[in-house]
Write a protein that binds this ligand. Sequence first.
Ligand SMILES: Cc1cc2nc3c(=O)[nH]c(=O)nc-3n(C[C@H](O)[C@H](O)[C@H](O)COP(=O)(O)O)c2cc1C
Length: 265
Amino acid sequence: MNILEAMRTRRSVRTFDGKNLTTDEIAELQNDCNNIYNPFGGEYSIRMKHFDKAADFQPSTYGMIKNAMDYFTIGTADNEISALATGFCFEQVVLRSWQRGLGTCWIAATFKGSDFDNGIPWPEGQKLRIVSPVGRPAGKSLLENISRFTLGSSKRKPFKELFFTDNFNRSLTQDNRYTEALEMLRYAPSSTNSQPWRVLVEGDKIHFYYVPKSALSVMDTGIGICHFYETEHFYGREGRFYKEPEIPSRHDKWRYLISYIPDTE
Ligand SMILES: Cc1cc2nc3c(=O)[nH]c(=O)nc-3n(C[C@H](O)[C@H](O)[C@H](O)COP(=O)(O)O)c2cc1C
Protein backbone atom coordinates (compact mmCIF):
# COMPACT_ATOMS: atom_id res chain seq x y z
CA MET A 1 0.00 0.00 0.00
CA ASN A 2 1.52 3.33 -0.94
CA ILE A 3 1.29 6.37 1.31
CA LEU A 4 -1.59 7.94 -0.68
CA GLU A 5 -3.68 4.79 -0.21
CA ALA A 6 -2.72 4.76 3.47
CA MET A 7 -3.98 8.33 3.92
CA ARG A 8 -7.20 7.56 2.03
CA THR A 9 -8.05 4.35 3.86
CA ARG A 10 -6.74 4.88 7.43
CA ARG A 11 -9.28 5.10 10.22
CA SER A 12 -8.92 5.16 13.97
CA VAL A 13 -8.93 1.61 15.33
CA ARG A 14 -10.30 1.04 18.82
CA THR A 15 -10.84 -2.76 18.81
CA PHE A 16 -7.88 -5.13 18.45
CA ASP A 17 -7.28 -8.90 18.20
CA GLY A 18 -5.64 -9.10 21.66
CA LYS A 19 -2.43 -10.66 20.29
CA ASN A 20 1.06 -9.41 21.04
CA LEU A 21 2.99 -7.67 18.28
CA THR A 22 5.87 -9.79 16.97
CA THR A 23 9.48 -8.86 17.77
CA ASP A 24 9.92 -7.89 14.10
CA GLU A 25 6.86 -5.64 14.16
CA ILE A 26 8.10 -3.88 17.29
CA ALA A 27 11.53 -3.40 15.72
CA GLU A 28 9.92 -1.94 12.56
CA LEU A 29 7.78 0.46 14.58
CA GLN A 30 10.79 1.57 16.60
CA ASN A 31 12.66 2.08 13.36
CA ASP A 32 9.77 4.24 12.09
CA CYS A 33 9.99 6.34 15.27
CA ASN A 34 13.73 6.79 14.75
CA ASN A 35 13.27 7.91 11.15
CA ILE A 36 10.67 10.59 11.55
CA TYR A 37 11.13 13.76 9.49
CA ASN A 38 10.78 16.80 11.73
CA PRO A 39 11.23 20.21 10.03
CA PHE A 40 9.86 22.13 13.04
CA GLY A 41 11.96 21.28 16.11
CA GLY A 42 9.94 21.50 19.31
CA GLU A 43 10.10 18.96 22.11
CA TYR A 44 8.35 15.62 22.09
CA SER A 45 9.24 11.99 22.85
CA ILE A 46 7.63 8.77 21.65
CA ARG A 47 7.87 5.58 23.71
CA MET A 48 6.28 2.15 23.46
CA LYS A 49 4.63 0.28 26.30
CA HIS A 50 3.58 -3.36 26.34
CA PHE A 51 0.84 -4.69 28.59
CA ASP A 52 1.34 -8.32 29.51
CA LYS A 53 -1.76 -10.49 29.17
CA ALA A 54 -0.54 -12.76 31.98
CA ALA A 55 -0.41 -9.78 34.35
CA ASP A 56 -4.12 -9.34 33.62
CA PHE A 57 -3.92 -5.56 33.61
CA GLN A 58 -5.46 -3.36 30.95
CA PRO A 59 -4.89 0.39 31.20
CA SER A 60 -8.03 2.48 31.47
CA THR A 61 -9.23 4.13 28.27
CA TYR A 62 -12.71 4.45 29.76
CA GLY A 63 -13.83 1.47 27.71
CA MET A 64 -12.86 3.10 24.39
CA ILE A 65 -10.03 0.72 23.45
CA LYS A 66 -10.54 -3.05 23.46
CA ASN A 67 -7.85 -5.77 23.53
CA ALA A 68 -4.79 -3.63 22.78
CA MET A 69 -1.56 -5.08 24.19
CA ASP A 70 0.81 -2.40 22.88
CA TYR A 71 0.69 1.38 23.05
CA PHE A 72 2.70 4.37 21.94
CA THR A 73 2.95 6.95 24.72
CA ILE A 74 3.88 10.50 23.74
CA GLY A 75 5.25 13.23 25.95
CA THR A 76 5.27 16.82 24.65
CA ALA A 77 6.11 20.28 25.92
CA ASP A 78 3.28 22.77 26.28
CA ASN A 79 4.05 25.21 23.47
CA GLU A 80 2.90 25.83 19.89
CA ILE A 81 5.91 24.46 18.03
CA SER A 82 5.97 21.25 20.11
CA ALA A 83 2.26 20.68 19.47
CA LEU A 84 2.79 21.25 15.72
CA ALA A 85 5.81 18.92 15.65
CA THR A 86 4.02 16.20 17.66
CA GLY A 87 1.07 16.21 15.25
CA PHE A 88 3.30 16.21 12.16
CA CYS A 89 5.73 13.60 13.48
CA PHE A 90 3.51 11.03 15.18
CA GLU A 91 1.14 10.99 12.19
CA GLN A 92 4.06 9.64 10.14
CA VAL A 93 4.17 6.68 12.56
CA VAL A 94 0.38 6.28 12.32
CA LEU A 95 0.57 6.09 8.51
CA ARG A 96 3.57 3.71 8.42
CA SER A 97 1.74 1.47 10.93
CA TRP A 98 -1.34 1.39 8.68
CA GLN A 99 0.86 0.50 5.70
CA ARG A 100 2.04 -2.50 7.77
CA GLY A 101 -1.54 -3.57 8.51
CA LEU A 102 -1.54 -2.15 12.06
CA GLY A 103 -4.23 0.12 13.46
CA THR A 104 -3.75 3.04 15.85
CA CYS A 105 -5.90 5.71 17.49
CA TRP A 106 -4.68 9.10 18.71
CA ILE A 107 -6.03 9.48 22.26
CA ALA A 108 -5.72 12.75 24.16
CA ALA A 109 -8.73 12.62 26.49
CA THR A 110 -10.06 9.13 27.12
CA PHE A 111 -7.17 7.57 29.06
CA LYS A 112 -5.93 7.40 32.63
CA GLY A 113 -2.36 8.76 32.56
CA SER A 114 -1.09 6.90 35.63
CA ASP A 115 -1.91 3.54 34.00
CA PHE A 116 0.65 4.31 31.28
CA ASP A 117 3.41 5.45 33.62
CA ASN A 118 6.50 3.25 33.50
CA GLY A 119 8.35 5.08 36.24
CA ILE A 120 10.80 6.79 33.86
CA PRO A 121 10.34 10.58 34.00
CA TRP A 122 9.71 12.48 30.77
CA PRO A 123 12.41 14.95 29.69
CA GLU A 124 12.11 18.28 31.48
CA GLY A 125 9.13 20.33 30.33
CA GLN A 126 7.40 17.36 28.69
CA LYS A 127 4.29 15.63 29.95
CA LEU A 128 2.38 12.57 28.78
CA ARG A 129 -0.35 14.05 26.58
CA ILE A 130 -1.14 11.38 23.98
CA VAL A 131 -1.36 7.61 23.92
CA SER A 132 -2.20 5.38 20.98
CA PRO A 133 -2.84 1.65 20.90
CA VAL A 134 -1.14 -0.22 18.08
CA GLY A 135 -2.05 -3.68 16.87
CA ARG A 136 -4.05 -5.73 14.45
CA PRO A 137 -7.60 -4.45 14.01
CA ALA A 138 -10.54 -6.67 14.96
CA GLY A 139 -14.26 -6.09 14.26
CA LYS A 140 -15.53 -2.83 15.73
CA SER A 141 -17.09 -2.95 19.22
CA LEU A 142 -20.54 -1.49 19.84
CA LEU A 143 -18.95 1.40 21.78
CA GLU A 144 -16.59 2.08 18.85
CA ASN A 145 -19.52 2.17 16.42
CA ILE A 146 -21.45 4.53 18.71
CA SER A 147 -18.40 6.76 19.20
CA ARG A 148 -17.71 6.95 15.43
CA PHE A 149 -21.34 7.74 14.74
CA THR A 150 -21.52 10.44 17.45
CA LEU A 151 -18.31 12.10 16.26
CA GLY A 152 -19.25 11.75 12.58
CA SER A 153 -15.78 10.23 12.18
CA SER A 154 -16.22 9.21 8.55
CA LYS A 155 -17.24 12.70 7.43
CA ARG A 156 -14.96 15.48 6.30
CA LYS A 157 -15.71 19.16 5.65
CA PRO A 158 -15.99 20.15 1.97
CA PHE A 159 -12.85 21.36 0.16
CA LYS A 160 -14.30 24.81 -0.45
CA GLU A 161 -14.86 25.49 3.26
CA LEU A 162 -11.24 24.78 4.13
CA PHE A 163 -9.03 26.04 1.33
CA PHE A 164 -8.80 29.56 -0.07
CA THR A 165 -6.76 31.56 -2.51
CA ASP A 166 -5.46 35.14 -2.17
CA ASN A 167 -8.00 35.97 0.56
CA PHE A 168 -10.55 34.19 2.74
CA ASN A 169 -13.47 35.21 0.52
CA ARG A 170 -12.24 33.14 -2.43
CA SER A 171 -12.42 29.35 -2.18
CA LEU A 172 -9.66 27.46 -3.95
CA THR A 173 -10.75 25.74 -7.15
CA GLN A 174 -9.89 22.08 -7.56
CA ASP A 175 -7.55 22.63 -10.53
CA ASN A 176 -4.81 24.03 -8.31
CA ARG A 177 -1.28 22.56 -8.23
CA TYR A 178 -1.87 21.60 -4.59
CA THR A 179 -5.32 20.03 -5.02
CA GLU A 180 -4.28 16.44 -4.33
CA ALA A 181 -2.06 17.32 -1.34
CA LEU A 182 -4.94 19.34 0.16
CA GLU A 183 -7.41 16.55 -0.60
CA MET A 184 -5.13 14.24 1.42
CA LEU A 185 -4.98 16.81 4.22
CA ARG A 186 -8.79 16.62 4.41
CA TYR A 187 -8.61 12.90 5.28
CA ALA A 188 -6.40 13.49 8.34
CA PRO A 189 -7.66 12.53 11.80
CA SER A 190 -8.33 15.27 14.36
CA SER A 191 -9.59 15.41 17.94
CA THR A 192 -13.39 15.04 17.99
CA ASN A 193 -13.05 15.16 14.18
CA SER A 194 -12.90 18.95 14.52
CA GLN A 195 -10.81 19.51 11.33
CA PRO A 196 -9.49 22.89 12.48
CA TRP A 197 -7.07 23.31 9.55
CA ARG A 198 -7.54 26.14 7.04
CA VAL A 199 -5.25 26.99 4.13
CA LEU A 200 -4.59 30.10 2.09
CA VAL A 201 -2.79 29.52 -1.22
CA GLU A 202 -0.84 32.49 -2.55
CA GLY A 203 0.87 31.59 -5.83
CA ASP A 204 3.24 28.73 -4.96
CA LYS A 205 3.10 29.49 -1.24
CA ILE A 206 0.79 27.79 1.19
CA HIS A 207 -0.16 29.45 4.47
CA PHE A 208 -1.60 27.15 7.16
CA TYR A 209 -4.10 28.52 9.67
CA TYR A 210 -6.23 26.88 12.35
CA VAL A 211 -9.52 27.50 14.09
CA PRO A 212 -8.67 27.61 17.82
CA LYS A 213 -11.39 25.15 18.85
CA SER A 214 -9.47 23.44 21.66
CA ALA A 215 -6.03 22.97 23.23
CA LEU A 216 -5.43 20.30 20.55
CA SER A 217 -6.12 22.45 17.47
CA VAL A 218 -2.44 23.11 16.69
CA MET A 219 -1.57 19.42 17.08
CA ASP A 220 -4.50 18.53 14.81
CA THR A 221 -3.24 21.01 12.22
CA GLY A 222 0.23 19.44 12.43
CA ILE A 223 -1.41 16.10 11.57
CA GLY A 224 -3.11 17.66 8.54
CA ILE A 225 0.16 19.28 7.44
CA CYS A 226 1.80 15.84 7.63
CA HIS A 227 -0.70 14.52 5.05
CA PHE A 228 -0.01 17.56 2.84
CA TYR A 229 3.75 17.04 3.11
CA GLU A 230 3.60 13.26 2.55
CA THR A 231 1.73 13.84 -0.72
CA GLU A 232 4.23 16.41 -1.97
CA HIS A 233 7.08 14.11 -0.96
CA PHE A 234 5.44 11.10 -2.70
CA TYR A 235 5.57 13.03 -5.99
CA GLY A 236 9.19 14.02 -5.41
CA ARG A 237 8.30 17.66 -4.76
CA GLU A 238 10.29 19.11 -1.89
CA GLY A 239 9.95 22.42 -0.12
CA ARG A 240 10.45 24.09 3.23
CA PHE A 241 8.31 25.32 6.08
CA TYR A 242 8.83 28.84 7.41
CA LYS A 243 7.01 31.52 9.38
CA GLU A 244 6.05 34.73 7.53
CA PRO A 245 7.24 37.79 9.48
CA GLU A 246 3.82 39.42 8.93
CA ILE A 247 0.56 37.47 9.07
CA PRO A 248 -0.18 36.90 5.35
CA SER A 249 -3.90 37.66 5.60
CA ARG A 250 -5.85 38.35 8.77
CA HIS A 251 -8.96 36.47 9.78
CA ASP A 252 -11.00 37.47 12.82
CA LYS A 253 -11.32 33.89 14.13
CA TRP A 254 -8.55 31.82 12.54
CA ARG A 255 -4.90 31.94 13.61
CA TYR A 256 -1.87 31.85 11.35
CA LEU A 257 0.47 28.92 12.08
CA ILE A 258 3.11 28.24 9.42
CA SER A 259 3.82 28.52 5.67
CA TYR A 260 5.33 26.26 3.04
CA ILE A 261 7.21 27.13 -0.14
CA PRO A 262 8.34 24.59 -2.76
CA ASP A 263 12.01 24.43 -3.71
CA THR A 264 12.75 26.07 -7.02
CA GLU A 265 14.13 23.59 -9.54
C1 LIG B 1 -5.11 14.77 18.70
C2 LIG B 1 -6.23 13.75 18.71
C3 LIG B 1 -6.82 13.35 19.91
C4 LIG B 1 -7.84 12.37 19.93
N1 LIG B 1 -8.34 11.96 21.13
C5 LIG B 1 -9.24 10.93 21.16
C6 LIG B 1 -9.72 10.42 22.42
O1 LIG B 1 -9.36 10.92 23.49
N2 LIG B 1 -10.56 9.36 22.40
C7 LIG B 1 -10.97 8.78 21.23
O2 LIG B 1 -11.73 7.80 21.28
N3 LIG B 1 -10.56 9.24 20.00
C8 LIG B 1 -9.70 10.31 19.95
N4 LIG B 1 -9.24 10.77 18.74
C9 LIG B 1 -9.69 10.15 17.47
C10 LIG B 1 -10.69 11.05 16.71
O3 LIG B 1 -11.96 10.98 17.31
C11 LIG B 1 -10.76 10.59 15.23
O4 LIG B 1 -9.50 10.78 14.64
C12 LIG B 1 -11.81 11.36 14.43
O5 LIG B 1 -13.11 11.09 14.91
C13 LIG B 1 -11.76 10.97 12.93
O6 LIG B 1 -11.95 9.59 12.77
P1 LIG B 1 -10.86 8.71 11.98
O7 LIG B 1 -9.55 8.85 12.72
O8 LIG B 1 -11.40 7.31 12.04
O9 LIG B 1 -10.74 9.25 10.58
C14 LIG B 1 -8.28 11.79 18.70
C15 LIG B 1 -7.69 12.20 17.49
C16 LIG B 1 -6.68 13.17 17.49
C17 LIG B 1 -6.06 13.56 16.20
